[in-house]
Design a protein. Sequence first.
Length: 274
Amino acid sequence: MPITYGAQQNGLLCGYRFSPTECGEPIDLAQAVEWLKQPAGDAFIWLHFDLTAATSQAWMQANLPLVPEFFEALQQGSRSTRIEDAQDNLIAVVNDVAYEFAFDPSEIATLWMSVDARLAVSARAHPLRSIDRLREAVKQGGRFSSSVDLLNHLLKDQGDVLVRIVREATLKVDSIEDSLLRGRLDRRRAELGQLRRVLVRLQRLLAPEPGALFRLLRQPPPWVVANDLEELRQATEEFSLVIRDLAALQERIKLLQEEIAAESASRPTAACSR
């Protein structure tokens, strides 16, 4: 019988069991709870929840071995992206963009994850691009050797999404710059200001907290293998490069705004001199 997800599943959007040599096998919450009672092996499970379901948090607290820091992070709401060690569990706060992102600040939302050797739990209140890409990768037969491998895949997906956002924003700025050269400023000025506000918020929320990451990489939980730790290091370094590109684009927008302001200020003077 196929597994269905919905309100009766306490907000579960998807659930999978992984082993190092097999594709993800769908499981429901009852199967997950029973599986967690079994002796530890080399497999792990991933459960992904919708926080808008009224019973989702209560069910997780009652049935899953999650540390209090995970629920504290949920209560704190959106904060800057970070991954930290909490009692040998990885707690990740990942800010992402809505599936149909259109450069609106309201389309930036948060995903929370708790990861240990046997269990990865993710939760969100709004559909997000990176986690949907991860779900699609699992459906297409993607294999993950560990729960941290799954987390690394998510971070790389988020980096890819951000690269596309920077590319799309650059094209928008190119177009605005062309308008400036043609002397068409009025409509574009507001668009440029909105774009800069969105990029500033993206950088503030998406840039990983360096202190938490440094502590994690220096002294990781004992169950995290060296290869996964190196992949995590590389994923965060690549992500940081994209964040720098984002900052450079913001500086370019700032210079364009100053040029537009100077051009606008010179117009009345030119009119009076005739």
